[in-house]
Structures are given as structure tokens and as C-alpha cells.
Design a protein around this ligand. Structure first.
Ligand SMILES: Cc1ncc(COP(=O)(O)O)c(C=O)c1O
Length: 345
């Protein structure tokens, strides 16, 4: 009954089993192990492209270390004003890039567009200005929407025009792939993404993310930056084991499909209630809904976990690989009662 975040979940049994299976005998440390070696190959198959893979333990490390490879210390990184890197990483992107500036931009439903970005990409060659260096987008977005391949390609075309790199925060990348039903390649390198923070923790891993570079040249300094940041794990085999299990038998997509289906049911159920308004299309595993304050209090009193989103009577509901459909139906029932029990026609 806790819809606060996909971080409130445990881990998939397959992931726990993979960690246990990796716990036999010695293995070379710091990524020189057999599982890490296999993982590179596995990611290359999934993405249909040569890829440099760097496991880390948190999404913040993935984002900030990836960005540090894509911008000089005097660079500008363009991102949405609600981007996790801008709002929820405690200044880590600025710290790990050595002082690059995050230039935050508005955008409907959590998305950036070339029209929004183009007039803001200014100052190249002007000694007084930060130098345009990278665009960072989030997939699925912080509003629970997803970028289509053509939308990413349009941003990438703008990036190329200004010699910028394109980074994707894919903390919920699996939900986007599952939601769109397209190939991982279509949402990344084929659309012009240079570096991807590939999330797994929110979707069934215990603590595992990976930074993927589709052009190994961009990754040259990553190893040093990761070590310097304290993110080169000596027993990396256990992180690699989680990622390997995550990619095995499509666990990552099966988990995400379930989470998305639960969110879709929540979204359609709530949209049918009078007094409830969805703020964004439900395209992944997050639902943003505006209720009256009294209804929010009723739901909280009934024991449902969720976050209020800002000052307005808006709540965010996040589903996950282990969300029970009974919990969703029970939430909809209580929400319906709190809002007067009438269904919109
Ligand atoms: C969009 C997004 N990016 C990245 C992260 C990763 O954060 P953490 O450093 O907590 O793993 C999160 C987690 O909430 C997120 O929502």
C-alpha cells in the first residue's frame, strides 16, 4: 500500500539469487572479475552496439560521473527544471563536474524540446559565459512521461548543431522501453544519445546502476573519476551480478511492464473520478493527480503511502515491479469514497 516511490520496494528474488550465486570462492576485485566481463558483452547485445559499461551503486553517482565526462569545468549542462540532477542530487553534478553550471529550462510534462532549448544555448566563445557543453534528459521523465525516439533525435540534432553531448538519466529507462515497446537502441544511440545512466535499483535491483557510453572515447576519464569519487567497488562482482540477472530473461522489462500496468490502472481509475485530475499522461510507472485536501487526508489515514507534490493538493503515486493489483484497487476504492463515490461519465 506504499506508492511513495519505487525505492520503497525490496529486490527481485532473481537478483538476490544472483548475488548469492556470486558469493562462491574468490573473484578478482575492482571489476576484473568474470561477471563484469560478461556484463559488457550482455549490454552490447541488448543495445546492439559496442558500449563501455561502468557499474556504480547509485543513480546520483551515475549521473554526475557521466556528466563530468561530457562537460569541461566551465561548461553549461541544459536540463529540465525538475530534473533529478537539478533538484535532488545535493549539488553533486556541480561538484563532480568541477563547477559546470546546470541551466534549468521549463517544459510541459517534464520534457525538453528544441524550441525551448535553442534560444537558451548562448555564449559559445564568449569568455564571460559558461560554455554550452551538454544536454541532459530524463527517461522516463520526472513527470512520468516518456520521450519518443523522434523527440530524442530532434534534441540530438540540436545538440550536434552546437557540438553538445547528449546525456540520458535513465533511472527509469526500463519503464520507458517497456512503455514504448521499442528497442533500447532506438531510445539511445540510434537517436543520438552519447551516455546513459542505466538504472536498475528502482526496478528490482538491490543497489546497481551502470553508466553506458556508446562512444568509448567519451569514457576515457570515467574510470579515474569513479575511483576518485569513491565509487569503484572492490567487490564489484556483486553489483555486476545484479545487473546481469536484471538483463537475463528480460527480467528488467518484465518488471517494468508490471509496474507500468499498475500505473495505467491507477491512472485510468483516477481519471474516472470526479474531483480528481491527472496532471500528466501516464506513460510509465508514475501518476500525478490533483485531489482535494480532504481526500488526500482520507487516503493517508487509510494507510496509503505517497508523497505530496509541492504546495498544491497534488500527490505522486509510483508503482513498481511488486505492486499488488489489490493495493491499486483498494486505493481506487478509498479514493472514490473520499471523492463522493460518483464516476465521471
Ligand atoms: C530521475 C532520477 N534520477 C536518478 C535517481 C537516482 O538517485 P539515487 O542517487 O538516489 O540512486 C532518481 C532517484 O530517485 C531519480 O528519480
Amino acid at each position: 500500500m506504499n506508492f511513495a516511490s519505487d525505492n520503497v520496494t525490496g529486490a527481485s528474488p532473481e537478483i538476490i539469487a544472483a548475488i548469492a550465486a556470486a558469493n562462491h570462492g574468490p573473484a578478482m576485485p575492482y571489476g576484473a572479475d568474470e561477471i563484469t566481463r560478461r556484463l559488457e558483452q550482455r549490454f552490447a547485445e541488448v543495445f546492439e552496439h559496442e558500449v563501455a559499461v561502468f557499474p556504480v551503486a547509485t543513480g546520483t553517482a551515475a549521473n554526475t560521473l557521466a556528466l563530468a565526462c561530457l562537460t569541461p569545468v566551465y561548461g553549461a549542462v541544459y536540463c529540465h527544471e525538475e530534473a533529478h540532477i537539478a533538484t535532488d542530487e545535493c549539488g553533486a553534478p556541480e561538484f563532480f563536474t568541477g563547477g559546470a553550471k546546470l541551466v534549468t529550462c521549463p517544459g510541459e510534462h517534464g520534457k525538453l524540446t528544441p524550441e525551448i532549448l535553442a534560444p537558451r544555448i548562448v555564449g559559445a566563445g564568449v569568455v564571460h559565459n559558461v560554455q554550452p557543453a551538454a544536454i541532459s534528459i530524463t527517461q522516463e521523465t520526472e513527470a512520468g512521461t516518456v520521450y519518443r525516439p523522434a523527440e530524442i533525435a530532434a534534441l540530438s540534432a540540436l545538440a550536434r548543431q552546437h557540438a553538445l553531448a547528449l546525456h540520458m538519466d535513465g533511472a527509469r529507462f526500463a519503464n520507458a522501453v517497456a512503455g514504448l515497446g521499442c528497442a533500447p537502441a532506438d531510445l539511445t544511440w540510434r537517436a543520438g544519445v552519447d551516455a546513459l545512466s542505466f538504472g536498475a535499483t528502482k526496478n528490482g535491483a538491490l543497489a546497481a546502476e551502470a553508466v553506458l557510453f556508446f562512444d568509448p572515447k567519451r569514457a576515457e576519464s570515467f574510470g579515474y573519476r569513479r575511483k576518485r569519487a569513491g565509487h569503484l567497488l572492490s567487490k564489484q562482482r556483486f553489483v555486476a551480478a545484479q545487473l546481469e540477472a536484471y538483463l537475463t530473461d528480460d527480467l528488467w522489462l518484465r518488471n517494468a511492464r508490471h509496474a507500468n500496468a499498475m500505473a495505467a490502472r491507477l491512472g485510468s481509475g483516477l481519471a474516472a473520478l470526479p474531483g480528481a485530475r491527472l496532471l500528466h499522461p501516464v506513460e510509465g510507472n508514475e501518476v500525478f493527480v490533483e485531489f482535494g485536501d480532504r481526500a488526500i487526508e482520507r487516503l493517508a489515514a487509510a494507510g496509503f503511502g505517497f508523497y505530496r507534490w509541492g504546495e498544491a493538493p497534488i500527490i505522486r503515486l509510483v508503482t513498481a515491479f511488486d505492486t499488488a493489483s489489490e493495493a491499486v484497487e483498494s486505493f481506487l476504492r478509498v479514493a472514490g469514497e473520499a471523492l463522493g463515490g460518483v464516476t465521471k461519465r
